[in-house]
Design a protein around this ligand. Structure first.
Ligand code: SF4
Length: 664
């Protein structure tokens, strides 16, 4: 039995690592022991050392409840602060000196990086995703080297690794596995492994319970009915990663396996890149219906605790199911009241299940027979509507009346139709009209910008969506998505600026969307307020100081700086200085604006760009209201949350990446 570690770097992402979930199934079928981790790598190592330390301490003095001191022990391993030893309160033990010696030893083991000389894992996989997560991905790979016994057993795969394989090799010395694991025996040569195609395996959902990170997908099946794409769009990674189009992937058996092992899921998230290109589309829709996704279908959550306990008993994934069972038992507490709540709490207490540190497999199994009647009686049983989401979007160029009719026979929500460039206008409009004809009322579309397009073309596409929504009585949510190159240095960050764009305009779009986290909601009034009533107003917004864009109302109506800026801007645009002014503004660098010119009129205009948001932050009620409204919308509508682009991640999260990883 090999010890396998699967790592997803600690970036923020929406969908679970499907590749690793398949690799987990693969290794479990080969009889290996699998661990999944996403988080601070340093904490992972500390936790591993803690487990060894705990075993040792239990052997030294059984009478002490060491698990209840887990936080202190981990802290001590990390910091070796002697006051923590006192807090652990073991001085009355007859083995106190030996206990202390062990604790000191484990702390030194960590602090002197002894663990690097004694790696535990026979094989480590690191998955990768967006190229702009380059830094954190490379840091994770470098750290993973310390955890694997033999360097050639560190395997790197996924999107970034496929697109930037040369760069990854140069930086880490490891040749990544580019593309899919879609042939038998790609990772091992044993007879059993040679019969398995990893890409065709069902996903191991249980690994997601091993980590603290919460993917916002909720209860859903993730699957592909097709693979690859028939096209080769220059801005897309699919032709490189999945170069062969497979028009139909067998799904139903995997689906049934997942249902049996992990329980029925509510929604169906199809990750197909271009499902409409499939000549088997009718068959695909039939299969979706056979899975139980017909219009109006509802889902009643199965008894998750009984599934978790069953799998825990079977030893399928002890770490994952201990955590899951604990969480499920505690989630019921919120649904109970008064005496029942007290009785239930007392039962948890009796089996030491109040705190996670003291929760063990044994306690959970022992408690289950007392907990299960409460759980079955009070768990949520309200039926919910089921949805199907082709979350990578559908290709308007393949849409026909017949295909749209077929799509409308399953509960698609939202329908995503790609509108990547203005040249698709007529085809796109026709596809949306067909969606409306067949009663599909909620659409949610990515609008690629910063590629070959111009700002006017972005405005026009957004406006088309507003007009279509009005004319057809449907809701189209647009999600402008900034293009980032797939290859080379520019792929490694989010700084790329398209030929017809500039830093200021990109920042302006982000400032316009800042409050809605990237969503352009349906409705003319929202759109016109956010992007302007016409191209001329839109251009004014693009040139407007960021602070005035974000806190629109307060600077327009209360502080009244925007009208002053507007007049100065328009006057200068009508003067012989207009080109110089534009050049300065689009550079988006106003730190030393007073050095750019001696022209007092221009200097007066540029001063607006140095106004800080603090002057308005908490006073713009419109900004605050809108922010709250959209936060609520995103919280209540999982589909919006899943569609949000990564341009609006909170800065704190991004900043923390560097701390998150290896602040040793
Ligand atoms: S049609 Fe879509 S999936 Fe296919 S290459 Fe173009 S963008 Fe990529």
């Amino acid at each position: 039995m090999r010890n396998i570690l699967l790592i997803e770097p600690n970036y923020k992402n929406k969908y679970p690592p499907i590749g690793l979930m398949k690799i987990s199934t693969y290794h479990k079928r080969l009889g290996d022991n699998v661990t999944f981790y996403k988080g601070d790598m340093k904490e992972f190592v500390i936790d591993q050392i803690y487990q060894d330390c705990l075993r040792k301490l239990k052997r030294v003095d059984k009478s002490i409840h060491w698990q209840s001191k887990s936080a202190l022990i981990k802290k001590y391993i990390k910091r070796k602060n002697s006051s923590l030893l006192e807090e652990m309160n073991f001085s009355n033990s007859e083995f106190a000196p030996l206990i202390e010696k062990n604790l000191v030893g484990f702390a030194d083991y960590y602090r002197k990086k002894e663990f690097e000389k004694n790696p535990k894992f026979d094989r480590v996989y690191v998955t990768t995703l967006f190229t702009f997560y380059w830094k954190i991905t490379i840091e994770t790979i470098q750290f993973a080297k310390k955890l694997v016994k033999k360097p050639d057993q560190l395997l790197i795969g996924g999107v970034l690794a496929s697109l930037l394989s040369k760069e990854v090799e140069k930086e880490t010395g490891i040749i990544p596995i580019a593309g899919l694991l879609d042939k038998p025996g790609m990772l091992d040569k044993s007879a059993k492994a040679r019969k398995i195609i990893i890409d065709n395996l069902p996903l191991d959902y249980s690994i997601l319970d091993e980590i603290d990170y919460d993917y916002p997908t909720g209860s859903a099946y993730f699957t592909f009915m097709t693979k690859g794409c028939t096209r080769k769009c220059a801005f897309c990674s699919v032709p490189k990663i999945e170069p062969t189009y497979k028009p139909k992937i067998e799904t139903i058996d995997k689906f049934n396996e997942i249902k049996t092992l992990f329980g029925e899921q509510q929604n169906l998230l199809l990750m197909d890149n271009n499902v409409l290109a499939s000549p088997n589309f009718q068959e695909i829709i039939q299969e979706i219906k056979d899975m139980g996704f017909v219009t109006g279908a509802t889902y009643t959550e199965p008894n998750q605790l009984s599934i978790a306990i069953r799998n825990l008993r079977g030893g399928y994934n002890n770490k994952g199911y201990v955590k899951r069972s604990y969480k499920l038992m505690h989630s019921l507490l919120d649904r109970l009241k008064d005496a029942t709540k007290q009785e239930y709490y007392d039962t948890l207490d009796k089996f030491e299940l109040i705190k996670f540190e003291t929760t063990t497999k044994e306690n959970l199994l022992n408690a289950y027979k007392f907990i299960s009647p409460y759980y079955e009686k009070y768990r949520l049983k309200t039926p919910k509507l089921r949805y199907v989401d082709f979350n990578q979007g559908t290709d308007a160029r393949y849409v026909t009346d017949e295909l749209m009719k077929l799509m409308s026979e399953v509960p698609i929500k939202p329908l995503r139709i790609a509108f990547d460039y203005i040249g698709l206008k007529d085809t796109y409009i026709k596809a949306v009209e067909l969606a409306a004809k067949y009663g599909i009322k909620e659409l949610s579309n990515y609008i690629l910008y910063n590629f070959y397009d111009s700002p006017e073309e972005l405005y026009e596409r957004l406006k088309i969506n507003v007009e279509l929504g009005e004319r057809l009585g449907i809701h189209i949510y647009s999600f402008p998505m900034k293009y980032i190159p797939l290859y080379g240095e520019e792929a490694k960050s989010r700084e790329f600026i398209g030929e017809k764009w500039n830093k200021k305009f990109i920042r302006a779009i982000q400032s316009i969307l800042n409050v809605t986290k990237g969503i352009v909601a349906p409705g003319r009034s929202f759109f016109e307020k956010a992007f302007g009533k016409n191209i001329n107003e839109f251009y004014h917004l693009l040139f407007m100081p960021e602070t005035y864009i974000v806190y629109r109302k307060v600077f327009e109506e209360e502080v009244k700086l925007t009208p002053v800026w507007r007049k100065q801007f328009v006057d200068l645009m009508n003067s012989s200085e207009s080109e110089l002014v534009k050049k300065i503004i689009v550079s988006n660098d106003f730190k030393e604006y007073y050095n750019f010119t001696n022209n007092l009129q221009i200097l007066a205009l540029l001063k607006h760009y140095t106004v800080k948001k603090e002057e308005a932050n908490n006073t713009d009620s419109e900004y605050q209201d809108l922010k709250k409204r959209f936060a609520k919308l995103i919280k209540e509508n999982r589909h919006h949350n899943l569609t949000l682009t990564y341009d609006f991640e909170s800065l704190t999260v991004r900043k923390n990446y560097s701390d998150v990883i290896y602040s040793q």
